[in-house]
Structures are given as structure tokens and as C-alpha cells.
Design a protein around this ligand. Structure first.
Ligand SMILES: CCCCC/C=C\C/C=C\CCC/C=C/C(=O)SCCNC(=O)CCNC(=O)[C@H](O)C(C)(C)COP(=O)(O)OP(=O)(O)OC[C@H]1O[C@@H](n2cnc3c(N)ncnc32)[C@H](O)[C@@H]1OP(=O)(O)O
Length: 310
């Protein structure tokens, strides 16, 4: 299956008859391929890899060779230092074990990830803030810069840092009635450029600019319509199957050529990020230490707690 051949019927209708018949033919082949993969994915024995991690698990499907990396930090997979470090360890392990691809998902029933753990940034010291931000940077670059095919099975809400992880992947499948987006401006903070890279990779610049300035949280349907997610699935299982089908689409492509091509597309963002990463840590510490930001964090946490008790 070629990525360029994934043309939905509604777009196929706008094409010439020749283009249309070729797209529909490719579409049917794609469906057949994805159904085959689904059968394999369902039947395939799963192997739990030996990750020395507390908050992530890695399961490899022996038949497809695809690894599923699951975040498991109840209640909302908020990203504390431990989760960010575990994500990196699991990504490295999946790469070293020569898996055919990586699917990122969540063990929570309605949340993919709530973003950075605000408790880790509240009432703390500069050294802790440095660690938090450095580990967020490290986790992002491990995922964004991986040469493996990557996909996110977004089985719940994905605000801020949750959206960051999802958009670091090459493909996204999301369950209905959830929200995804970079809501930083709504919180009175600014997402640095590298943090927007994945978002800018998948959305037209105009749409991305508007969404980022508004701090917009897209519903699943809206995210699909603008291209922030590639497909909608009715359940986590279906999302995992669709992600497997995406990764399976590279079965006949030379993996080295594929990986290097991917990295060429991402090289500029990665280079920019490497240039500013130290300065970016300093900027984050300065921002997060500001008394008014600390005050806002306290209020935000209180409101989240109150909402939870309702
Ligand atoms: C002003 C705050 C941020 C300040 C940051 C400062 C500087 C940073 C500079 C740049 C950073 C940009 C990069 C990334 C930033 C981030 O990721 S910030 C985090 C943004 N995340 C959010 O705004 C999401 C907040 N959470 C929610 O909207 C919801 O929890 C939900 C994810 C939609 C899930 O809803 P629901 O299932 O109903 O669960 P509850 O709301 O009831 O939550 C359950 C408990 O979890 C706690 N919690 C939720 N999110 C977080 C979080 N991000 N950090 C820590 N804790 C969180 C929530 O308080 C509940 O706790 P209790 O059970 O009540 O104790």
C-alpha cells in the first residue's frame, strides 16, 4: 500500500474517471491488505519485552514484528520525569530489538496523555524544572527522530504534551468524542518552536497558526477533518489495527531507505532543535519560575481537582 494511494472516496469523486478507477482499485487493495493485517494482528502471539520500566510496557506481536508501547500512569498519564524516562527506554529497546514499527498508546480508558504533570512544575526548584524539561525534550526527540515507522493509537484525550507525543508519530488514529490539541495559549504559556514541529508537519501552516494562537482543542471529528488525525476508529482495538495496517504498508519498502527518507524530512526541525535545546531549557526554567505562572498553575490544579470531585 502506498501512502499516496490512501485516497478517501469523497476525494476520489473529484478526480478524472481514470484517476478514480485507479484510486478505487488501490483503495480496494488497501482494504484487503488492512483486513489481512487485522487477522494477523488478532491471531499473532504477543511477547512482553523485558523493559526495566515502571510506567510503560512494550508488547511485540511475533507475527507482525510490531511493538506496542503503552503508557500506564493512572489516572491520566500525566508526564512526570519517570514516565518521560520510561518512554525513552522503551523506544530505545524497541529500536534495538529491530521491531518493524512502534505504536504508542495508553492503558487508560479515556485519556491518551494529559500532558506534562503540572505537579512536577509547581512549587519546585530550578534543578527539578531543568530535569522535567530536559526529559520532555529527550522523550520527544527519541520519538520524533526515530527511523522506525511510528503510529499513535489515541484512545482518549490528548491535550498539550499528549498532542506533542501523538504528532511526533507519523500516523494517528483516534477514538471518537475526545479532544486533542496544543492548548498552551489558553494556559497563558507559549509552546516553543520545536514543540510545534510535529503539529506543523501535519497541518497546513494557516490552520496550525490559528489553532496554536487560539489554543484550540479539536474534537476527534474536527481533528480528522483538518488532518491532525489520519483516521477515526470506534475502539482502541480498532485503532491498534489501523496503526498496524499503516506500519504494514511499509512491508515491501527497504527499511533503511524508508528511515533515511523520513529523517530527511525531519532533519531541519531536528537541527534547529539541537541548536537551541540548552537555551530552551533556560527559557522554560525562567518562564515556569515566574510568580504569576506559578500562581496560575496552582489555580489550574485546584480547578482540575474541583472538576474531578463534581
Ligand atoms: C498553567 C498551567 C501550565 C503551566 C506550565 C508552565 C510552563 C510550561 C511552558 C511551556 C510548556 C508547553 C509544553 C506542555 C505543557 C503541558 O503539557 S501542561 C499540561 C496541560 N494539560 C492540560 O491542560 C490537561 C489537563 N487535564 C484535563 O484536561 C483532564 O484531566 C483530562 C486529560 C481531559 C482528563 O479528564 P478526566 O478523565 O475527567 O480526569 P480529571 O480531569 O478528573 O483528572 C483526574 C486527575 O488527574 C489530575 N490531572 C489531570 N491532568 C493533569 C496534569 N496535566 N498534571 C497533573 N495532574 C493532572 C486531576 O487533577 C485529577 O486529580 P485528582 O484525582 O482530582 O487528584
Amino acid at each position: 500500500m502506498k501512502l499516496s494511494s490512501r485516497i478517501p472516496f469523497r476525494l476520489a469523486l473529484k478526480q478524472t474517471p481514470e484517476q478514480r478507477s485507479s484510486s478505487i482499485d488501490t483503495y480496494q487493495r488497501t482494504m484487503l491488505h488492512s483486513n489481512l493485517l487485522r487477522l494477523v494482528a488478532r491471531g499473532g502471539p504477543k511477547r512482553l519485552m523485558s523493559t526495566a520500566t515502571k510506567l510503560t510496557t512494550v508488547e511485540v506481536n511475533d507475527k507482525t514484528g510490531i511493538a506496542t508501547l503503552t503508557m500506564n500512569r493512572p489516572p491520566v498519564n500525566s508526564q512526570n520525569v519517570q514516565l518521560l524516562e520510561d518512554l525513552q527506554k522503551s523506544i530505545t529497546e524497541i529500536e534495538n530489538n529491530k521491531s518493524r514499527g512502534l505504536i504508542l498508546t495508553s492503558a487508560m480508558s479515556n485519556v491518551f496523555s494529559a500532558g506534562l504533570d503540572i505537579h512536577e512544575m509547581y512549587n519546585t526548584n530550578e534543578e527539578r524544572l531543568r530535569i522535567v524539561w530536559t526529559e520532555l525534550q529527550n522523550a520527544w526527540i527519541a520519538l520524533y527522530g526515530s527511523s522506525l515507522p511510528t503510529a499513535a493509537a489515541i484512545n482518549g484525550h490528548a491535550p498539550a504534551g499528549g498532542c506533542l507525543l501523538a504528532t511526533a508519530c507519523e500516523y494517528r488514529v483516534m477514538v471518537p468524542n475526545c479532544r486533542i490539541g496544543l492548548n498552551e495559549t489558553q494556559l497563558g504559556i507559549i509552546a516553543p518552536k520545536w514543540l510545534m514541529s510535529g503539529f506543523l508537519n501535519v497541518l497546513p501552516k494557516r490552520v496550525a497558526e490559528r489553532a496554536l494562537t487560539q489554543g484550540r482543542m479539536f474534537t476527534t471529528q474536527e481533528a480528522f477533518e483538518v488532518g491532525l488525525v489520519d483516521e477515526i476508529a470506534n475502539s482502541k482495538e480498532e485503532a491498534l489495527e489501523k496503526c498496524s495496517a499503516f506500519i504494514g504498508s511499509f512491508a515491501k519498502v527497504n527499511s533503511l531507505a524508508r528511515g533515511l527518507t523520513k529523517l530527511q524530512f525531519r532533519a531541519e526541525n531536528i537541527k534547529e532543535f539541537e541548536k537551541i535545546r540548552e537555551k530552551d531549557v533556560a527559557n522554560f526554567i525562567a518562564l515556569a519560575s515566574r510568580p504569576e505562572i506559578q500562581k496560575d498553575m496552582g489555580i489550574y490544579l485546584e480547578n482540575l481537582k474541583k472538576k474531578g470531585k463534581k
